[in-house]
Design a protein around this ligand. Sequence first.
Ligand SMILES: [Zn+2]
Length: 303
Amino acid sequence: MQLTQLHDQTWVIQGGANIGVIAHEDRCLIIDSGMDKDTGREILNQVKKLGLTPTALLVTHAHADHFGGAHYLVRQTGLKVYATRVEAAVMSGPILEPLYLFSGAQPPRELQHKFLLAKPCLVDTVLAGNEQTVDHIPLQVVSLPGHSIEQVGVAFGNTLFIGDAFLTPEILDKHRIPFYTDIQTGLTTLTTLKKQIASFKHIVAGHGEIYTSVERANGAIEYTVKRLEDILENVRAALADGDARPMTDLLRTVADAQGVNIETLSQYVLCNTTVQSAVSTLYMRGEINPLFQHNFLAWQRTR
Ligand SMILES: [Zn+2]
């Protein structure tokens, strides 16, 4: 993992996920904890090199690749953990992540690997999502729901940490269907974020490059918006002939259109959640309706 200094008091540890470090006197706040014990250990090594004592961890959202290392960090240092309410619930009961992905039913073994099931970590302080200090460090917690239901980011000085609110074009091109639990809210978040980033010098997404140019970050936001709008459009197109179709057909249509070849249960449930969220968005907008026939749920356009 690579340590990059952004400012006097701000660093990013770049690896599978980007970890933020904000120093305050001789202690520091860590933003996200990576996937597992190994990442946790690496974070502690890097922070030690800076001569800082980690006293707080803020988790942007409860996906295993962002909080999996928290269990280890707490055990090693006793640092205090901060997260919003729903994310905190998943962190304290991590089975909830594969459980919700599998529609609330006992998730099969294939969904209980470290990418989807992290070790538990209790949250000490539940964030409202608009705090101006964390662990007595002046900063701004920013609400960024969409990718995850109560995701937050952190603004500190000229740096903005945004979790997975937008994804880099490289990652979007790789995964094709980005994971989103709430596309409707996510699109609003991205519109707001476009205005917010103008005043920052560094924009740190949860994965990939650190943006030092507002134009490039804007490009990534626009690309994320486009992918989400495309998925909504794929669902509309699938229902354009007026026939009612089940979720399975809609998922297949979106996957075909996006060039995704689903081959594993993990990939299936992740893509399915995003498409389900597209269906939910279109239903909320009054564009489609559920139709029940012979114990069969299908979706049909309303106009
Ligand atoms: Zn995530």
